[in-house]
Ligand binder design. Structure first.
Ligand SMILES: C[C@H](O)[C@H](O)[C@H]1CNC2=NC(N)=NC(=O)C2=N1
Length: 230
């Protein structure tokens, strides 16, 4: 029997389409299951140095789009840019107005955002998914939940202020929210029979690269929702 050497390609062409779709859904970055090949031309991996206190291993890898981002006019952002120029480059795509849904707190020390889901069960799934990643990141959100809404504030206590851990956790929250069918405001045309045309529920196709392989990762939150939408 002939044994062929296994050579891992830099990117699989068939997956770059998936990468592009994820990029459109979430311009602040992509979170893919470990081992997935992502186009190196379009995305740059976040190094593991950002997880200095990691316990165990995350089930995901984070990638950032390589595209340039427009400048922000926020005062808190100017302050951040002055203090942490490297970090501010990664914060920009997360912020409202420059591609994301997060807001920088007035003092520039925290990222804040609310998430809304179809049901309480989906909100719970989101919190469970984020909690599991927090374990690996060794970083925790300040958050609250009321029915289908989850409010998140990300800041670092030691050293005080905004850190790369907050930025990474913000991306994790965004992508897990996407998987939990977050309800996001959007203009969109009114589909026939829909009562509320100002909101859409985002959903990642079960065929794309955020899907976990069958039979693995038993701790993944399950789709338990039987409630009717709020
Ligand atoms: C000792 C341990 O590294 C710290 O307590 C970690 C845990 N999680 C944390 N979470 C947050 N949000 N900020 C921190 O400074 C922090 N520190």
């Amino acid at each position: 029997m002939m044994i062929l050497p296994f050579v891992k390609p830099r990117a699989l062409p068939c997956l770059s389409g998936v990468s592009r779709r994820l990029d459109q859904l979430n311009p602040s970055g992509v979170l893919v299951p470990k081992g997935t090949w992502v186009s190196q031309n379009r995305f740059r991996p976040i190094s593991d140095e950002s997880r200095p206190n990691k316990i165990g291993e995350s089930r995901f890898r984070l990638y950032l789009p390589r595209q340039a981002t427009p400048p922000s006019t926020s005062t808190a952002f100017a302050h951040l840019e002055e203090q942490k120029p490297d970090l501010s480059k990664d914060v920009l795509p997360l912020l409202v107005g420059t591609g994301g849904r997060w807001r920088l707190s007035d003092d520039g020390h925290a990222l804040e955002r609310s998430f809304r889901f179809l049901t309480f069960a989906k909100a719970w799934d989101f919190m469970t998914g984020v909690s599991l990643e927090c374990k690996y990141l060794n970083h925790h959100p300040e958050w609250s939940n009321c029915y289908n809404k989850v409010t998140v504030r990300l800041t670092t206590h030691q050293p005080k202020g905004l850190s790369r851990m907050d930025v990474n956790l913000a991306r994790v929250c965004d992508i897990i929210a996407l998987r939990c069918k977050e309800v996001v405001p959007g203009p969109g045309p009114k589909p026939p029979g829909r009562q509320n045309d100002s909101e859409v529920s985002t959903e990642v196709s079960t065929k794309d690269s955020t899907e976990l392989p069958a039979g693995t990762h038993k701790e993944t939150p399950t789709e338990t929702s039987t409630e009717t939408p709020a």
